[in-house]
Design a protein around this ligand. Structure first.
Ligand code: SAH
Length: 481
């Protein structure tokens, strides 16, 4: 029955052999449990209540509610005591005017003292949201299959930088390294670089990857940190720019782009006006529209140049992500000059995003302005913009996708993988595997779910998309053929 769920194409030889190595180590793999589940529906959220009467209000946003338990709590009372609230109000006061939503988002997520990601583990059923690597070990393993296939296409270089952008708990990298451990020449070639801004998550990644200082110092005299998985050296950096260049590089960005700050604009009779965050007389945060063009208007113009007329005509709102464009420049520059490729998986659209920014706390949607720093903020990823930004940067890269997560994992052999794992597991593990499988590749509610109805797992198979940016001399990466 599982075989029917995903239309797997014939596996290429590279995938088959990589998957085979993976299957042989199945008995050593652990089972991650699937968590945090629920109904999927769309709701129109009215922004009017939070927009200054001086300006035309933003109308509505459509939000994706899959994986959440309840309707949004509309308590947008700022907790005036919190350090971050004081800090944000201080910036607005000091500037003498409102700040962009991008600046608000950046402070809320990554402020070095009180940002959402900075001090705690926000993932899993006890945290705020659940991501694919936490749903099932199969996710990281199959991303591992993708990296081995790419490495083969790169001509099996003996030194490779593998970079993960925003590794969360480190689960994806741990499953990738454990799953590929039988491909000794591949793992021997690797140096893993974790791009992570949060000290708390860096500590967690260190533990998940079972890291320890190397017994013997490296040739350069540096004391390296080694993961017990395949004895791969691991380093941490705050940005991709800080990762040493000059070596073929494989970059993985799973649910990273969606955390990058976005600017929001609204169409008015004065043209595109930026939506900003201000403090009202009653001391609450609220949205206002900028009366004049802002520096980010340039990014709107840039983004609209890549859009077709029909797409632009329909737009009342637009979101742009300059940080996402800059990151793509850096990725394309590296992949174009050093060889290798990048895999980007996230939720989003293959076109202009109009109004998608959302806040999630403890698996529920909440107001974006409510108690900043205590909820995740994320926005849909504009994959078309990534494609254009990469094309603009380097003639030496080719861009593939986006394809759906279900196509991606299906073509990499998730059906074979789940069946191999099901052969040798307890009933409880089998249930967890089936649920995890459905959540990764399904589209809608899981058909075999026997738990409480209001917690039926919803598939991420079509809402999540995968895109690859690879050095064009290496051919087409699997499974984008
Ligand atoms: N990839 C993980 C976690 C996704 S959440 C998973 O799928 O489970 C986003 C991750 O990116 C977190 O680890 C967060 O701390 C990190 N992050 C967010 N913004 C960042 C930034 N600007 N620079 C570096 N890391 C960032």
């Amino acid at each position: 029955m599982l075989r029917k769920l995903v239309q797997s194409r014939c596996l290429s030889n590279g995938v088959r052999s990589s998957l085979h190595s993976l299957t042989r180590v199945s008995s050593t793999l652990s089972f991650s449990s699937s968590t945090g589940t629920t109904n999927s529906f769309e709701e129109e959220l009215d922004h009017k209540n939070h927009t200054s009467p001086l300006v035309e209000p933003s109308s509505t946003i459509s939000i994706d509610r899959s994986g959440l338990h309840n309707p949004p709590a509309h308590t947008h009372e700022p907790s005036s005591g919190s350090e971050l609230v004081k800090h944000l109000k201080g910036i607005i006061k000091f500037r003498g005017g409102p700040i962009s939503i991008a600046e608000y988002m950046e402070e809320v997520l990554t402020n070095p003292k009180a940002g959402f990601y900075i001090n705690s583990d926000v993932f899993g059923s006890e945290g705020d949201f659940v991501t694919s690597p936490e749903v099932s070990q199969m996710f990281g393993e199959l991303v591992g299959v993708w990296t081995v296939c790419l490495w083969e296409q790169m001509g099996r270089p003996d030194k490779v930088n593998i970079v993960e952008l925003g590794p969360g708990r480190g689960t994806l990298m741990a499953d990738l390294l454990r799953g590929t451990s039988k491909v000794a020449n591949f793992t021997k070639s690797l140096h893993a670089h974790m791009v992570e801004c949060s000290p708390a998550l860096r500590d967690l990644q260190y533990k998940t990857l079972k890291c320890a200082p190397e017994d013997v110092r490296s040739d350069s005299g540096d004391e390296r940190v080694m993961s017990q998985f395949s004895n791969v050296p691991i380093s941490w950096h705050s940005t991709l720019e800080q990762v040493p260049s000059g070596l073929p590089t494989i970059i993985i960005g799973h649910e990273f782009y969606d955390a990058l700050p976005v600017h929001q604009f609204q169409k008015t009779t004065r043209g595109w006006c930026e939506k900003m965050v201000d403090v009202a007389d009653d001391s609450r945060f609220h949205f206002v529209l900028s009366p004049h063009p802002t520096p980010a208007n340039l990014y709107v113009m840039k983004r609209l140049k890549w859009a077709v007329k029909e797409e632009i005509a329909k737009l009342e709102h637009i979101e742009v992500c300059p940080k996402g464009m800059e990151l793509t420049h850096e990725i394309a520059k590296r992949v174009g000059s050093d060889g290798g490729g990048a895999l980007i998986i996230d939720y989003g659209l293959n076109g202009v995003v109009s109004d998608s920014l959302q806040a999630i706390r403890k698996h529920k949607f909440v107001d974006i302005l409510d108690n900043p720093g205590t909820a995740d903020l994320s926005a849909y990823v504009d994959f078309a913009s990534i494609r254009h930004s990469a094309e603009e940067t380097s003639e030496n890269v080719s861009i593939y996708g986006p394809i759906s997560q279900s196509q991606f994992l299906g073509s990499l052999g998730i059906n074979f993988r789940v069946e191999a794992l099901l052969e040798n597991c307890t009933d409880e593990q089998a249930e967890s595997l089936r649920t995890g499988y459905w959540r990764l590749v399904g589209d809608g509610e899981a058909p075999f779910w026997e738990g409480p109805e209001d917690q039926t797992p919803i598939g991420m198979g079509t809402r999540y998309l995968a895109m690859a940016i690879v050095n064009k001399h290496q051919g087409v990466p699997v499974p984008f053929q």
